[in-house]
Design a protein around this ligand. Structure first.
Ligand SMILES: [Mg+2]
Length: 274
């Protein structure tokens, strides 16, 4: 009898162990399937920037328009020595798609450490048309300012990268990186202390005006409608499908939410049909 009781206890213990293990396996599988890596979702955007000649054509189109605007200003007797052209750097002057491609290849997502490492490599090349335009504007005597949200820790390398590619006026007097705020409003105001800003070039609407900061998807769209006559005239826009404030609006401005929630919000933002 004792033997039978002992055997029953052993069998029960085994069954219980086996059940616990099975439920752990099940739990692990569930966890694995819910851990989402958003990195591959960047692939088509990066491929478009790196392989589509349409990207190249849009950049040329933007800088041809910019050139037409400054030619018009000169024809209208605008004094270039007191007129500033303000440009953004990333995806406006410099092409950082190799950094984005590398993220996909490594299955990683953007983080400031890997971004700063990329900036320190000085490998970013010019966006198509950017260099010719900036050299042309420089020859015509305009004041050129680079306002970027790269951080101060890579200011020296950013200037070195711009110089190595051949950009004019790339020095500490003309390159303003991000210090304590991402808004470019105060840095534009610094430029306006000595010059009148006559043209702004960027890939992000906040490169043009503070009116585009902190808005929802719908509000950004309405604001673009309100200022539609400025695009191609005062504001020159470069294409950037890889990142920007537009992405943050999908998450209601909160980039700190989980990847799973980001994916859900991306799906919710898609407009299909019934
Ligand atoms: Mg940019």
């Amino acid at each position: 009898m004792k033997k039978l009781i002992y055997l029953s206890i052993v069998i029960l213990a085994f069954l219980s162990f086996s059940c616990n293990n099975e439920s752990k396996v099940e739990q692990n599988t569930t966890e694995e399937t819910t851990t989402l890596n958003l990195s591959p979702q960047l692939k088509m955007a990066v491929l478009w920037q790196q392989t589509a000649a349409e990207y190249q054509a849009l950049c040329y189109q933007a800088f041809n328009l910019a050139k037409m605007q400054i030619d018009l200003m000169l024809a209208n007797q605008v004094d270039p020595s007191t007129s500033a052209i303000v440009v953004d750097i990333d995806e406006t002057m410099l092409d950082n798609s190799p950094y984005q491609a590398e993220l996909i290849l490594k299955g990683e997502q953007y983080n400031s450490d890997s971004w700063n490492d990329w900036c320190r490599l000085l490998q970013a090349e010019a966006v198509p048309g950017a260099l010719d335009f900036m050299n042309y504007a420089n020859e015509k005597g305009f004041q050129l300012f680079y306002i970027s949200n790269r951080k101060e820790v890579v200011l020296t390398e950013t200037i070195e990268n711009l110089i190595s590619v051949g950009f004019p006026m790339a020095d500490k007097e003309h390159v303003f990186v991000r210090t304590d705020e991402s808004s470019k409003l105060n840095r534009r105001a610094m430029v306006e202390e000595s010059c009148k800003i006559v043209l702004l070039i960027g890939d992000n609407l906040a490169d043009f005006s503070e009116n585009y900061e902190g808005l929802t998807i719908e509000e950004r769209s309405s604001q673009v409608d309100n200022e539609k006559s400025m695009f191609g005239v005062n504001y020159i826009v470069l294409p950037n499908p890889m990142y920007g404030d537009w992405e943050g609006t999908i998450y209601d401005g909160d980039f700190s939410i989980s990847d799973t929630l980001k994916d859900e919000k991306r799906n919710q933002a898609l407009k299909g049909y019934k």
